[in-house]
Ligand binder design. Structure first.
Ligand SMILES: Nc1ncnc2c1ncn2[C@@H]1O[C@H](COP(=O)(O)OP(=O)(O)O)[C@@H](O)[C@H]1O
Ligand SMILES: [Mg+2]
Length: 236
């Protein structure tokens, strides 16, 4: 579904990403770890098409997203993927319900049954009691579940989650982890999660570390140690 091929990006003289490749199939949870400043958010920004690499590219369903028009890339961000952030990024002046509905308003393929779909989504995420509340009146975990509902309202193939539990306590972190697993198993959604949380590595289908600009696979599953040059490319 997603093929990230040989991405290089520098800011000035600093090489942030060096020849990073990653293939993401459907129904996968992929974890990206790495120290603060390692380039995790930058890589997510490139996958979303918001940031253009110096070289290398991203293919979505075999199409090079950097050959698309800006309009097509922004539609891809609206419908092809969902975003989840550390600080939730909900609109404070909108209720939880309106936050969830918002991306669907810009989607011409939004079904006439959107109200019913949102109500199913809200049940799925255990949010029925709070959808008429404003973000400031919600707990961190509720805010993140609202943000996840908003991320998947347009039925994307994958979610990019940037430190999604960075602002949550342990128990709430576990709830959000379980939720990403349910999104995978029950809705077939892949999630790419940039995180410091070691807990995520246990539930991941694949885990990687970014260090000195290079991506290295760190989980054991089906993974033979390869030479440094071979690990530049990770076929999934
Ligand atoms: N627009 C930018 N201009 C210059 N440097 C940037 C820019 N965006 C990010 N950086 C730098 O790139 C490095 C990687 O940042 P980032 O991807 O946010 O790291 P992470 O998410 O792993 O903490 C950091 O050192 C950051 O300061
Ligand atoms: Mg970051």
């Amino acid at each position: 579904m997603l093929k990230i091929e040989n991405i290089c990006l520098s800011f000035g003289k600093r090489e942030i990403l060096k020849n990073v490749s990653l293939h993401v199939n459907e129904k996968k949870i992929i974890i990206l770890t790495g120290k603060s400043g390692a380039g995790k958010s930058t890589l997510l920004g490139i996958i979303s098409g918001l940031m253009k690499p110096d070289s290398g590219t991203v293919f979505f369903n075999n199409q090079n997203i950097f050959k698309w028009s800006d309009l097509k890339r922004s539609r891809f961000r609206n419908r092809g993927m969902g975003f989840v952030f550390q600080f939730f990024s909900l609109f404070p002046e909108m209720t939880a319900y309106d936050n969830i509905l918002y991306p669907a308003i810009f989607n011409p393929f939004t079904s006439k049954n959107i109200k019913k779909e949102i109500s199913e989504l809200v049940d799925f995420l255990g949010l029925s009691g709070i959808i008429h509340q404003y973000p400031s009146t919600l707990s961190g975990g509720e805010r993140q579940r609202v943000a996840i509902a908003r991320a998947i309202v347009n039925n994307p193939k994958f979610i990019l989650a940037d430190e999604p539990t960075g602002n949550l306590d342990n128990e709430t972190t576990q709830d959000i982890i379980k939720l990403f697993i349910r999104l995978k198993t029950e809705k077939g959604i892949s999630t790419i999660i940039a995180t410091h949380e070691k807990k995520f590595v246990r539930i991941a289908d694949e885990s990687y570390n970014i260090s000195d600009g290079s991506l290295t696979r760190i989980d054991g599953k089906n993974y033979k140690k390869k030479s440094a040059t071979e690990t530049q490319s990770h076929r999934v």
